[in-house]
Each structure stands twice: as C-alpha cells, then as structure tokens.
Design a protein. Structure first.
Length: 479
C-alpha cells in the first residue's frame, strides 16, 4: 500500500527549481514523446495540429511591411487571430519567462532591421527596405522552427528552471484530451461531480458558478486550465498507469503482482495545501484502478480508504462513497479504521458505543451496499494503532462493526441491536457486568474508615493472595 500522491503540488511548481530532464508517462525521455507527436509542438505554436509556419510567415511579413519599426505584439496577435492562428499564450509566458510568442516574434523582426535603426529619421531607400524584407522572409521560418527545437531541447536539459514539470503536464493533458483517453474523460468528469456534490449543487449549477463551459473542458481554455484540481489528477493518474504498462526498455512490474495487489491510499493533508495534492481523492484514483485492472486482465490495484487522511484533505468520505459506481465498493479492499479526525495522524481509539463507532458503521454500510466484502475475496479493516493505550476498545468496536455488517443491518435498525453498542450480556458494557462492578465497589469510599478490617478478597480470593495470583483472580471475576 502506498500513498496516491506525495509530489509537490502542481500550482507550487512555478516557484520550485527543478531539472528539466522530463519523462513521459511511460518513463521515456519527454523529447522522444514530443518528436513522436509533432502536432503538440504545432499546437503550442499555432493553436492547430497542422504546421502553419508558411502561413504565419506570410502574416508576419504583411504586418511588417505595413508597420515597419512601429510594429507591436498586439498587431501580431490580431493579425494571427484573424487567420485562426492562436499560439498558446499560457505556455509561452512560462517557457519564455514572462514573454509572449508575439513579443518574441516582434523582437526577431525589429532586431534584424538594424539598418532601419541607423536610418531612423531619414528617408529610407526602397532598396534598403527590400533587402531587409528579403532577409526577414528567410530568417522568420528558421526562427519559428528554432522555437520547436528549443522546446525539444529544453525538456531534456539538466539545467534548473522554475517548475518545468508543468510543461510536461500541459502537453500530456492535451495529448490525453485529443486521444479521448479514458482516464482523462473519467477523472475530469469525476472531479466535476465531486466538487459539485461538495458544494451542494448539481453539475450544471456548479459549472455555471465556476464559469465553466461543458463544451470547453479543454486545456486550451484559460478558465478550465486554471482549475488545476479538475484535470491535474487525470495526468497524474496517467503517469502512474504508464509505470505499470511500460513501453520500451523498462521491465513490466505486473508480473510481480501475481496473487497480490497494490493499494492506493489518500495521503495526509499538509497545512495550507490540503486541496492541492495532485491525486489525493479516492473517487478520482478509483478510475485509474478500474482502468488498470481492466487492461491487465487481473487485479493489480485496489483502493484503500483512510477517513482520517481524507478528512485532513477536506474530502468528505460520505460524498466519495455516494459517488462511487454501483459496484465500486468491490475495488475498495482495505480500510484504515480509526476515530475519524481531521488532525491526521491522530490515531485516536474507537470507543465502544461512541458516535464515532456509529459513524464508521454508517460509512462502511454504505460501502457494503456497493459491493465491499460481498464476494469471496479478502477485504481488510485495519485499526492503525497509535500507542499501547489506544487499541483495546477499538478492536472490540471494530469486531462489533464487522459482525453487524455481515448481518446487513441498516444503521437506522441498530437501536434494535443493543449488542452493537456493547450492551449484550457477554460484552464489557452490558448492564449485568456493570451492576456487578458497581456492587463490588459500592463500599470502596469507606475503606480505612471503619474499625473492622475490610474483607477485600473474600473466602475464594484468600488462596489467590497467598499464592501471589491476585491480578489473575481479580480479572477472572468479571469474565
């Protein structure tokens, strides 16, 4: 069992220095991924899958001849947009460190017009203009091609940049979107459903409140892209998926999972970044597990639920369970049980008859209605022990929960089953046992206050005292 997400949150990468030595979801150099998918480079340059270099040069030259040294990035942006060429501004602002592609192209044109700079304020001979225009006509295609080569080189550089991992996420997201990758479509939709449910709205209401267009759930859309919590989990899931379905020289790890599975568990929330982790919601990584098991033809992944961790991430376990597919509980093979607390890792014991015991039962019952523990496979409910003083009642409480679950007793019917709350005659909280304890200790406050020596052990206990077996005798009285 491993945590589903421990990497630096995506939105913090821009302030983190990293090597640009990137890989694709299958562990191959990211340079190779881009070279195999040249259309992605066209996409960031032109906003189109096709190579529009010649058309872009034609547009730039037309604007140049009209504006000369007065050309601006706004002129270039407008001219390109009118012809349907829309460079991905968000990418270039990151890649060119705060500059747009249009600003870069203006600098190329103006920088190559040094003769005009020299002749500023004078009448410029037509032959000079013609020479400069001819030079730009030759140099612009080279500079545009250079941009592609610079990207391909940069993603394999060992030099430090601020958050180059973001570049890989943008490209992979666009690739998944274009190829209708099941993980993209399922996890993006799951994210939207979860956040809508969390806010008490239906999907349509929630999307409207966030200014999201259901027809523009694309990395190209600024509003969608900036809501990282919706799409970053899909790309993260693809990277995990790729590790188990390798392409090329890497060994296939699935062969080591014969007879066992790898369970993904929500990590603990960090202060201030509770909702920023890349793939922390079980409802999101459920679809990774479903898809991986389907492709493998066997169970290699499973879901592990830890309510304490989920609550620390502001993830309501009940919302997650309600949103799981009809048989989604069958993918949940492990539960880390404990008093549900947001202060992870608290590992507080579960007291018999407590509200926490009842809450856990309600959640597990919901999960069981979706298949958890209803077939002949092994399912595990594990109490995470925090110390020697914390687990005694917890084990009994969990045993009562499991025994009652196996009887499929609805939570609202528990009032008819006092044994669930430890009130059965054979259990520690039963009225009969409590009466015995009360009766045996009724006169404890009078000890030392009367002249006649107290008979603490009784006739049967005297032999135990003589043989040094007092504790064993005392415990045996209440069994």
């Amino acid at each position: 069992m491993i945590h589903s997400s421990e990497s630096e949150p995506f939105r913090l990468l821009e302030r983190v220095l990293q090597s640009s030595d990137l890989v694709d979801p299958w562990g191959r150099p990211f340079r190779d991924f881009l070279q195999q998918n040249q259309w992605l480079l066209n996409w960031v340059l032109y906003g189109r899958k096709e190579d529009k270099k010649e058309e872009m040069v034609e547009i730039l030259m037309k604007i140049w001849k009209e504006k000369r040294l007065d050309i601006t990035s706004e002129d270039v942006e407008k001219g390109l947009r009118e012809k349907g060429i829309r460079p991905q501004k968000f990418f270039w602002l990151e890649f060119l460190r705060g500059r747009t592609l249009e600003e870069y192209l203006v600098d190329v044109m103006v920088g190559r017009a040094q003769d005009i700079e020299i002749a500023r304020g004078k009448e410029i001979p037509e032959e000079v203009k013609t020479a400069i225009d001819s030079h730009l006509q030759k140099i612009l295609p080279i500079r545009i091609q250079d941009l592609k080569d610079i990207i391909v080189s940069a993603v394999q550089s060992r030099e430090l940049h601020y958050g180059p991992e973001r570049w890989a996420y943008y490209f992979v997201a666009r690739w998944m979107e274009e190829n209708k990758d099941p993980l993209w479509e399922k996890i993006v939709n799951a994210s939207i459903k979860f956040f809508a449910a969390r806010d008490g709205k239906n999907v349509e209401e929630w999307m409207k409140s966030k200014n999201l267009d259901p027809n523009k759930l694309s990395i190209e859309d600024d509003n969608f892209r900036e809501k990282y919590e919706i799409w970053v989990p899909a790309v993260s899931a693809k990277y995990i998926y790729g590790h188990f379905f390798p392409i090329g020289r890497y060994e296939d790890p699935k062969k080591y999972l014969d007879g066992m599975f790898l369970a993904l568990e929500s990590p603990m929330g960090g202060r201030g970044i509770e909702e920023w982790l890349r793939l922390a919601n079980p409802y999101q990584y459920y679809f990774l597990i479903e898809e991986a098991n389907k492709q493998a033809g066997k169970e290699i992944f499973a879901v592990a639920l830890d309510f304490e961790h989920m609550l620390s991430l502001r993830i309501d376990p009940e919302k997650v369970i309600d949103l799981l597919p009809e048989n989604g509980g069958k993918q949940v093979r492990i539960i880390h049980a404990g008093w549900p607390s947001t202060l992870a890792p608290a590992h507080i014991p579960i007291e018999i008859g407590s509200d926490q015991q009842l809450y856990l039962y309600k959640m597990y019952y919901k999960l069981r209605q979706k298949g958890f523990g209803k077939d002949d496979r092994d399912y595990y409910i594990i109490f995470e022990r925090g110390g020697p003083e914390t687990f005694h009642q917890s084990i009994v409480a969990l045993r009562l929960i499991i025994e009652t679950l196996e009887k499929d007793i609805p939570p609202e019917k528990l009032i008819e089953h006092p044994e669930f709350f430890g009130l059965d005659i054979s259990q520690i909280l039963s009225p009969e046992r409590q009466r015995v304890v009360i009766r045996e200790h009724a006169f404890d406050p009078l000890k030392g206050l009367i002249m006649v020596p107290e008979e603490e052990h009784g006739f049967l206990g005297r032999a135990a005292v003589e043989k040094g077996k007092v504790e064993e005798w005392r415990k045996g009285r209440y069994r």
